[in-house]
Ligand binder design. Sequence first.
Ligand SMILES: Nc1ncnc2c1ncn2[C@@H]1O[C@H](COP(=O)(O)OP(=O)(O)OP(=O)(O)O)[C@@H](O)[C@H]1O
Ligand SMILES: [Mg+2]
Length: 379
Amino acid sequence: MNAATPRLFRPGDGAVPPALSGREAQQDVLSRCLADLVAGSSPPHNVVLVGPRGNGKTALLNWFKGACADTPVDVVALTPHRIPSHEALVDALAPRSAIAKWLPRKVGVAALGSVEWQPNGAAGKDLTRTLIARSRKRPLAVLLDEAHTLALDVGGTLLNASQQVRADAPFLLVLAGTPGLPDHLSAMDATFWSRLGEGLLPVGRLDDTAAREALAQPLSAHRVGIDRDALDAVVEHSQRYPYFIQLWGEALWKRHAATNGTPITVDRVSSAEPAVLASVANYYESRYRELRAEGLLDAAVAVAPLFQAGMDATAAEQELENALAAAGIKDAAARFATLAQLGRLGYVWCPPGQVPPVAWSAGIPSLTTYILEHGPAPH
Ligand SMILES: Nc1ncnc2c1ncn2[C@@H]1O[C@H](COP(=O)(O)OP(=O)(O)OP(=O)(O)O)[C@@H](O)[C@H]1O
Ligand SMILES: [Mg+2]
């Protein structure tokens, strides 16, 4: 990209992409939560965004943060590395230095108890009570990205506090994480899921319309057209995977000046392809190493053929289990654990909250092809 070409597409950085397409359902739920907070009440549920890596969870959190910016809602955006301990959690959400502005010195409100407020005293440690006071002053949204890596004890405190705070003051907790998040949250609080209702939002690959829009709309906003054939080719190659769409967008955008105002053609797509292929190959290589490090390469190879029929291929859970059995995993519990691990890594994907019998799809179909071609030979 030369100095005159501003950055447009956003591969891999979690910033809100130039067109956040195909996320209307998630945005709708989050917008309703925001409206409740603005109106001074807690939304009917917390929100959990779950999806394999690179599908746009962080982008959605950032979009929501932006939506809150024009409202009286306070936002605290966190990642687990900022809150490794209970003390750090209290510090991030209810820092002692700010407590005075949320609490009157004499605290007589029922939910806070009739205690004499002492900024440096034991009450300062009481996260729930302080958060209630904070959220009563100003509605509060706590956003936690990468929540699947949150320490269990810290998470237990956070979930517990969030349940109590939201009952008394306008408060929302939004968690985002990879497909391991549901199990991780269950380990923190076994009843969390039963209260989540509409707040469980899967974030998977885009549908066809959204993938096209994600590419074409930012280009067209800059008066750069793209031929139908060229768009077909890019959407097919991207597998409708948001990260790859941004890679393609960036590669095309970098070359747009050379189109002299004519729409991007299939030839132009071909000239951008090597740059995209290099990034995609790096990405596959790292996913390959991750599977190998987890001892999952054989299993990944075994299930890969189920997803070779095209971008939308799905397989019944039983088919995956059969493939794993054929690869030598004789024990049913071990097969189940292997499938769950492949799911946690997003190699295969089944949105949470499905009623059995569930259908699995490939996290990224072209990755299963790569693994078939580069992984160990099937047994
Ligand atoms: N709706 C969308 N349309 C197009 N591109 C998107 C969309 N959502 C996200 N992206 C792009 O996809 C890429 C991945 O997004 P993001 O980093 O938010 O994913 P993630 O799910 O948080 O991944 P990870 O689990 O690795 O943190 C980014 O380049 C982002 O700009
Ligand atoms: Mg992310």
